[in-house]
Design a protein around this ligand. Structure first.
Ligand code: 16G
Ligand code: ZN
Length: 530
């Protein structure tokens, strides 16, 4: 077929380096940008097939999130903004690793296995972050799409040149608003509605210091600012005009280093937050009058948000089931507070947004956050309908009505398709405004247990297999027993190990009653991993 001839011809321009093997992991393909050209072309092919199969638009994001500037990556996004299924992750790996001369065979295998009708039209939506390699790599994706006769959506001959991948997040439920303008209008209007009668809010609280990690989120916040009508005044640092992406800044740096981004002057008590490079993670922080740094991570956000929602549901008299979904990395204090003080159901699942998203879908209201700041809130259709009905009901008392209206606007400020730092920021800012709460007051809701994360390089990280949402190691034999014995030596201690899904390392996590104990435990457990 002529189509396949074109694939052959084009693929010669995007050759695969001999011997290179890459795996489609938690975050798609991610490695040094120099190794990714053929991968991008092939993901353009695969996205076209996926679009033919689903008869819907598929998103391709060219980004390596919080990784350094020299890396890049790619992941496919299904029509409702979700990650592609396990089967298609396997197709991606096979297609990526096929030798140049076997590419057509690998492609035809997928077509056959998935029974794809090749005459079906295909649409692919390509987005990219601000890395210097992203322009040519996203062009390689587009070459793949056009080689199989797919259409790529966007401007300038179908190329979304300066619209971030973030927009793929609004491909699904907000399809009608899938323009940057639509995105700003929707979220900012909801924010303004939420904060409009907040008598407790001081002018000070309208000010936020933001570290944009020199990434795409910074550019978008600049564009969005006017829509906020001064209801939120953002002083934007690391806006991409000078510094390097994620370099000594960004959510990952702040979380892992437990310190503010380099070069930003923070006044004591000032509320600050950092995005990561592709703006799907956010963490908050401040320094106190003694100069001590305080981090408010994904767990603190999940706690604030779920508490706020639970209170509103109670006030509205709505019997909806709310749960918080966490991973093994969630600080023990957060889980304890949620279960015992807030009496909220908590579920633990494997690392990776798709796992959390999946569990959150089981509830009327599912709040999910990874400790690293990646998360959002999901509302079931039934829950949204009940809230909507109550908000429109003219026969309910003022208190219930007010709560229902707040809930409705809260839904509108949330990007339910996937964690989105901008939407999460607006949600947190709105809650703090409504509650008249300072960042220090939010921080004292519970006190984090001291913790330490380490990474260990081993010959083959796959020898470690885990169970119980990664909290226990099943293999190699004896490892879990060794960890259990070490944990027993410390108070309020917990530790686990798991192979990373994005780097060739084993990750070690430990927490205990003091920082010294957490450090010592993490160190001892990492020795047991060797
Ligand atoms: C990816 C995941 C993130 C997870 C991280 C864990 C998505 C979109 N991103 O960045 O959620 O926390 O991997 O990395 O799923 P690790 O396996 O190397 O610890
Ligand atoms: Zn990210």
């Amino acid at each position: 077929m002529a189509q396949f001839q074109e694939v052959l011809k084009q693929s010669a321009l995007h050759p695969k380096p001999a011997g290179l093997v890459l795996q489609y992991g938690t975050s798609g393909f991610r490695t040094n940008a120099k190794q990714l050209d053929h991968i991008m072309f092939r993901m353009g092919l695969l996205a076209t097939l996926r679009s033919k199969k689903t008869k819907a638009t598929i998103g391709v994001m060219v980004t390596a999130s919080h990784n350094p500037e020299e890396d890049n990556g790619v992941k496919l996004i299904d029509p409702m903004g979700e990650m592609v299924t396990q089967d298609w992750e396997e197709h991606a790996t096979q297609l990526a690793n096929a030798d140049q001369e076997d590419l057509l065979t690998a492609l035809k295998n997928i077509i056959e296995k998935e029974a794809i009708n090749m005459s079906q039209e295909a649409n692919v939506f390509v987005g990219k972050d601000t890395r210097s390699s992203s322009a040519s790599l996203s062009q390689a994706v587009l070459d793949g799409v056009s080689a199989l006769g797919g259409h790529s959506k966007g401007k300038r001959s179908g190329y979304l040149k300066d619209i971030p991948y973030m927009l793929c997040n609004v491909l699904g439920p907000y399809y009608g608003l899938a323009t940057v303008e639509g995105y700003y209008t929707k979220f900012c209007q909801a924010f303004i509605q939420l904060t409009k009668n907040t008598s407790n809010r001081t002018d000070d609280q309208k000010h936020l210091c933001l570290d944009g990690a020199n990434g795409i989120g910074a550019l978008k916040v600049r564009e969005m600012e006017s829509h906020l009508k001064k209801e939120l005044q953002i002083s934007l640092n690391n806006d991409g005009s000078k510094g390097r992406l994620n370099h000594q800044c960004g959510a990952d740096y702040v979380k892992v280093q437990q310190k503010p981004p380099t070069g930003i002057k923070i006044n004591p008590g000032e509320r600050c937050c950092s995005f990561d490079g592709d703006a799907d993670r956010i963490v908050y922080y401040y320094t106190d009058s003694e100069g001590t740094f305080h981090l408010l991570d994904g767990d603190k956000m999940a706690t604030l948000i779920s508490t706020f929602l639970k209170e509103l549901l109670t006030q509205a008299g709505l019997d909806l089931k709310i749960a918080v979904v966490q991973t093994a990395y969630a600080n023990g204090s957060s889980t304890h507070y949620l279960e015992n003080t807030m009496k909220v159901l908590v579920r633990c699942t494997k690392t990776g947004v798709k796992h959390l998203h999946h569990v959150a879908q089981e509830f009327d209201v599912g709040v999910y956050f990874e400790a690293n700041g990646h998360g959002t809130v999901l509302f079931s259709k039934a829950a949204e309908e009940k809230i909507q009905q109550l908000a429109e009901d003219t026969n309910v008392n003022d208190k219930r009505k007010k709560a229902a209206l707040l809930l409705r606007n809260t839904i509108n400020v949330i990007n339910q398709t996937v964690g989105d730092a901008i939407s999460d920021m607006l949600l947190i800012e709105a809650i703090l405004a409504i509650k008249g709460m300072t960042i220090q007051q939010w921080d004292t809701i519970y006190t984090d247990l001291p913790n330490r994360q380490l990474k260990v390089k081993v010959a083959d990280r796959r020898v470690i297999d885990t169970t119980d949402a990664e909290r226990r190691a099943v293999t190699p034999a004896g490892l879990q027993e060794a960890i259990d014995n070490l944990v027993k030596k410390y108070r309020q201690a917990r530790s686990f190990v798991r192979p990373s899904g994005t780097e060739d390392v084993v990750r070690v996590y430990a927490e205990a009653d003091t920082q010294e104990s957490a450090d010592a435990l993490a160190h001892e457990v990492s020795l047991a991993v060797y």
